[in-house]
Design a protein around this ligand. Structure first.
Ligand code: SF4
Length: 71
């Protein structure tokens, strides 16, 4: 079981997590594992975006800074 301190503090409100948190897609699951539930949340481009612009980015902005689009 994950320690709560391993989880991103924005995990309950993050648009990316709401849309993609339960995805079956391997690459996106990797983002969630490494960033949202892992050690790289300090490098999340969504957090940087919010700090820079004062608003939350599109739900399609991934933690690595690439935009995802529905198929
Ligand atoms: S995408 Fe970024 S802001 Fe959203 S839960 Fe994951 S680490 Fe946190």
């Amino acid at each position: 079981m994950k320690n709560c301190s391993d989880l991103c503090s924005d995990i309950l409100t993050c648009g990316f997590m709401k849309k993609y948190g339960e995805t079956k897609k391997y690459a996106i699951k990797g983002f969630v594992r490494k960033y949202c539930n892992g050690k790289k949340q300090g490098a999340c481009e969504r957090i940087k975006f919010k700090q820079n612009y004062g608003v939350s980015p599109s739900e399609n902005l991934s933690p690595i800074g690439l935009y995802l689009y529905d198929e």
